[in-house]
Design a binder for this molecule. Structure first.
Ligand SMILES: [Zn+2]
Ligand SMILES: [Zn+2]
Length: 389
């Protein structure tokens, strides 16, 4: 990228950073993106998923490859003192989604300039609500993946030095879900337990038994987590209550393991309640958009990311990374078509960009912007070339 374009992409990122907007409220961010797209004479469809955008560069025909950026910020008060600090109290781009948008707009500029060379169509997806609300799911419902055969996305990482690309084949991010159980018994005087049905006893047995799912049923080489994080019941020292509520979270690295956990958590709680003559219901908040499937990279697309990024920045600038228990709603796309997710480093100790995402001290090395834009563009253009040759 020439210096002028580097300044432009930085200014785009800074404007978005100053005005962070939460899930499904990315009105001005979306407007800024559309203005930049219009200026570059790039066609787009709007809205998808309320504030989302689907832009198109290339022949308009197959093959179609998509690049995705998320747009939403977090309900966090920025504690970084700098010229372009968040102007919205209690809101901050603490996960780098401002950077993702700027890099994708930068890629749009590169691809538009090379439009005559493209052997197909690149779809640019600007998606709302990654942090909350399953924006990806709604984008798909609104046609984001129409005709698309492969999709890529990048996330900034404070664990990798600026510009270093990291990814892995197969499982990269865990599937994440939550559950809340209610066990119902019969209230009574604690001195006469035989006249009540004690839900605390039943719930205690259920909590213990839940720990047996991962330790006794899951393959030890297939990492999974079940954690009970709250347990509420009565507050009288002399009365057996009629109800206990408890719940927690589950994580797994494959869809099969994830949905097996969901099934077994429900079975264990319902059946343990029955053992002690009480009854149970378990809610996994399926309608509240709190379930994230695991992010599993497609082998071919992972190899493509690795090849393109090493060609672009050198083999020392590519790292195989370990899977992490965090989650990303990009996994919804990967349930529909082959997908690859990769990281790009923003860590620079001199600058102090060493804080993890979701920290109020989170900051980035802006030198990542042109590298990310070029990587995006090369991944898409060369994907199309490979399909034709
Ligand atoms: Zn985040
Ligand atoms: Zn994020």
């Amino acid at each position: 990228m020439n210096p002028e374009n580097v300044e432009w992409i930085k200014s785009v990122r800074r404007r978005i950073h100053e005005n962070p907007e939460l899930a499904f409220e990315e009105v001005e961010t979306s407007m800024l993106i559309r203005r930049e797209l219009a200026r570059m004479e790039i066609d787009y469809k709007f809205p998808l998923a309320k504030t989302g955008i689907r832009a198109m560069i290339g022949t308009g025909g197959p093959p179609f490859v998509a690049l995705r950026a998320d747009m939403d910020a977090l309900p966090i008060q920025e504690l970084v003192e700098w010229e372009h600090k968040s102007k919205n109290d209690g809101k901050m781009h603490a996960c780098g989604h401002d950077v993702h948008v700027a890099m994708l707009i930068g890629a749009a500029k590169i691809l538009k300039a090379r439009e005559n060379h493209l052997q197909g169509t690149v779809i640019l997806l600007f998606q709302p609500a990654e942090e909350a609300g399953n924006g990806a799911k709604r984008m798909i419902a609104d046609g984001a993946l129409e005709d698309v055969e492969a999709i890529f996305a990048v996330h900034v990482s404070h664990r990798l030095p600026t510009g270093v690309i990291g990814s892995r084949t197969g499982p990269l991010l865990a599937g994440c879900g939550f559950f809340r159980a209610v066990i119902t018994g019969k209230r009574g005087q604690a001195a006469n337990p035989h006249k009540s049905v004690d839900p605390i006893f039943a719930a205690s047995a259920a909590v213990i038994s839940l720990q047996g799912i991962v330790s006794r049923e899951a393959n030890p080489l297939d990492s999974q987590v079940v954690s009970v994080t709250f347990f509420n019941s009565g507050d009288d020292l002399d009365v057996i209550p009629d109800r206990v509520e408890f719940g927690g979270t589950l994580r797994a690295f494959s869809n099969a393991s994830f949905y097996q956990l969901v099934k077994r958590i429900e079975e264990v709680i319902v059946n343990q309640a029955r053992v002690f003559k009480s009854s149970a219901t378990v809610d996994f908040f399926k309608d509240a958009d709190t379930i994230y499937p695991p992010m599993v990279n497609d082998d071919h697309l992972y190899e493509h990311v690795k090849k393109v990024s090493t060609d672009l920045t050198g083999s020392k600038k590519f790292q195989v990374v370990q899977p992490v228990m965090g989650s990303e709603d990009f996994s919804f796309y990967s349930e529909v078509i082959p997908a690859a997710f990769y990281y790009i480093g923003i860590m620079n100790e001199t600058l102090g960009s060493i804080h993890s995402a979701h920290s109020p001290h989170f900051m980035i090395d802006e030198n990542v912007l042109p590298i990310g834009a070029a990587t995006h563009a090369a991944i898409a253009e060369r994907y199309l070339n490979d399909q034709v040759s």
